[in-house]
Design a protein around this ligand. Structure first.
Ligand code: 4FV
Length: 245
């Protein structure tokens, strides 16, 4: 997968140089290029923002540098990107499903905003998608861009060592994850649940499924609305005396 990120802070992306993402880049599974927006300005002050028409506080990012940057990316990629994503609080909320969908495409471009925002003509004439990582306002689009790359990259075959762990992810089955334990079997009086020490894999599977259902029902009942529960799930919920309806 190819990812191009347009930003005025190219130095902000070290998190994409380490760990799973860093290794995936070394292994050629991911090609991530960071473009400095100021390289696409035409004035000697390399200005990327200007005063808002109609007055008001703060500055607005100019359209020309973004359009020039994406033109350069198109030329470098030799093809039209699959998605040109504007990161902003007004966008569609990033979800597991949206990340999985984007992972199925070839080439993502991410545009990082700053200041009060970006000239609307970037949204109208350049971006194909607008994505928000949450209902709060950040100082810039760099962190959202890295969150999107990290969430999408996990679906790219080979990025996560064991594909099974992606399958078992929270939200993968529309449910929150079950709890995880490792040695020691007892720590400061806190014991590992017996079933996990039993070696009875069927009992462990049922325990983990029941815990995912309970947690989702208690913490994110909104998720269960969409989730088609199996007969076994309903039995597990009944056994736990949890009412879904
Ligand atoms: C944001 C979010 C976000 C808004 C003004 C950058 C900031 C500044 N992006 N999800 N929440 N962006 O707060 O994606 O331009």
């Amino acid at each position: 997968m190819r990812v191009d990120i347009v930003t005025i802070f190219p130095e902000a992306f070290t998190p994409l140089e380490i760990s799973m993402i860093g290794r995936a880049r070394e292994r050629g599974l991911l090609q991530i290029t960071i473009w400095d927006l100021r390289d696409f300005t035409t004035d000697r002050h390399r200005q990327v923002d200007d005063a808002p028409y109609g007055g008001g506080a703060g500055m607005v990012m100019k359209p020309e540098p973004f359009f020039a940057a994406v033109d350069a990316i198109r030329a470098a990629a030799g093809a039209e990107p699959s998605h040109v994503i504007l990161t902003s609080p007004q966008g569609a909320r990033l979800t597991h499903a949206l990340a999985e969908e984007m992972a199925g495409t070839r080439h993502l471009v991410l545009l990082c905003g700053h200041y009060e925002g970006i000239d609307e003509r970037v949204r109208e004439g350049l971006a194909t998608d607008e994505i928000s990582i949450g209902d709060y306002v950040l100082t810039g689009g760099e962190l959202p861009a890295m969150v999107i790359v990290d969430a999408v990259a996990r679906f790219v075959p080979g990025v996560v060592g064991d594909a099974a762990s992606v399958e078992a992810d929270s939200f993968a089955q529309g449910l929150l994850d079950h709890s995880h334990y490792t040695r020691p079997p007892e720590f400061r009086g806190m014991k590992v649940p017996e079933v996990l020490l039993s070696g009875n894999h069927e009992a462990i599977r049922r325990w983990r499924r029941a815990q995912r259902l309970r947690r989702t029902l208690e913490r994110r009942p909104d998720l269960l609305k969409h989730e088609a529960l199996s007969e076994e799930d309903r039995r597990l919920l009944d056994a736990a005396d949890l009412d879904i309806d």
